[in-house]
Design a binder for this molecule. Structure first.
Ligand code: PGA
Length: 250
């Protein structure tokens, strides 16, 4: 049985004080059975987050990492550093990293290898831009993001992978893919994995949807058979909204 997961992508929001406040609020709330909850504070707040959440089942993930273990890479953070502060999960390939920081599929493949070498779990993000969808090339685009960034891994490595399909046109725009559009793409993703690996791998991987998921649309999106949860941006910054989304599985 694949996991149900709701991950909050905090992006470049919340200083130390705001991080502590939000985590204290989240920690005080009851979590539903059978849903894994993840938060992703900025690098400077990861250590205090893992400490603040000790004894809670809420997990802490990083928003990015470098593909080397150490060295002359000014301003970068490695997987070993993340692990040393209790972080064992990392988001890779978010569309903002791809668009603003030039992260290519080839670079992401290296980051994937580095995270796997550290035994870390990866939330691997991908998704088409509006232009791709208008041209009808969104399925091909998603397939190439997956095959170039991820499909070099071994079958056993899939136990460490969570996928997050995030159509770029739906991120932070208030425009959500319809539950049907999400389901259609998630089904396509599963079929693509099944062809490249096996049906067991395809059925075992959790596929999250991301892009303007809010308390008022989460239940409908999560109700689709191939949607296993969400990667939540804006709505993850408010404890009440985030917990409503966490509780949106029927
Ligand atoms: P959003 O962001 O929920 O604010 O659209 C989602 C994301 O970027 O992961």
């Amino acid at each position: 049985m694949r996991k149900k997961i709701v991950a909050g992508n905090w992006k470049m929001n919340n200083d130390l004080g705001a991080t502590r406040e939000l985590l204290t609020d989240l920690k005080s709330r009851a979590l539903p059975e059978g849903v894994e909850v993840i938060v992703t504070p900025t690098f400077t707040n990861l250590h205090s987050a893992t400490e603040a959440l000790s004894g809670s089942s809420i997990k802490v993930a990083a928003q990015n990492m470098h593909h080397s273990e150490s060295g002359a890479y000014t301003g970068e953070i490695s997987g070993t550093m993340l692990k040393s502060v209790g972080v064992n999960t990392v988001i890779l390939g978010h569309s903002e990293r791809r668009a603003y920081f030039g992260e290519s599929n080839a670079l992401l493949a290296e980051k994937v290898n580095a995270a796997l070498a550290q035994g870390m779990t990866i939330i691997f993000c991908f998704g088409e831009e509006l232009d791709d969808r208008k041209k009808g090339s969104h399925f091909d685009l998603v397939k190439s993001q997956l095959s170039e960034g991820l499909f070099h891994i071994s079958e056993s490595d899939w136990g460490k992978i969570v996928l997050a399909y995030e159509p770029v046109w739906a991120i932070g725009t208030g425009e959500t893919a319809s539950p049907e559009q999400a389901q259609e793409m998630h089904d396509f993703i599963r079929r693509t994995i099944s062809e490249a690996y096996s049906d067991a791998v395809a059925q075992g991987v959790s596929i999250l949807y991301g892009g303007s998921v809010k308390p008022n649309n989460a239940a409908e999106i999560f109700g689709k058979p191939d949607v296993d949860g969400g990667l939540i941006g804006g709505a993850s910054l408010k404890a009440h909204d985030f917990m409503q989304i966490v509780n949106a599985f029927s």
